[in-house]
Design a protein around this ligand. Structure first.
Ligand SMILES: [Zn+2]
Length: 105
């Protein structure tokens, strides 16, 4: 007999916000085999064990550090481009004023 009552279901909230349920046996199996499972929106989920959490924490910290390095790089690039643009604009206006001045003579 398959019990599909509420008590035999386990509900989880995915990081996308959806709450979904499956038989407890399904989640218990995923906890044991640590294979990924998917929410109805297709997000991959996995149960981590305590030892995995330490590694995951280190991996995420490194990922954050890398993202910050990339962000800082592009901030500098944007600032350089902005300064370069201002410089070209100033040069353009100097030339334009000079040409207009030349026409008046
Ligand atoms: Zn999801």
């Amino acid at each position: 007999m398959v019990d599909v009552g509420w008590k035999s279901m386990e509900f989880r909230q995915c990081r996308c916000g959806i709450i979904f349920g499956a038989p407890k046996g399904f989640f218990n199996t995923r906890r044991t085999d640590r294979r990924p499972f998917y929410c109805p929106n297709g997000c991959s989920n996995i149960f981590f064990q305590q030892s995995d959490l330490g590694r995951e924490n280190i991996r995420l910290k490194q990922q954050l550090k890398n993202a910050n390095v990339v962000r800082d790089h592009w901030k500098k690039e944007a600032l350089t481009a902005k300064r370069s643009c201002a410089s070209y604009k100033a040069h353009f206006h100097r030339l334009k004023n000079k040409m207009e001045g030349d026409q008046d003579e």
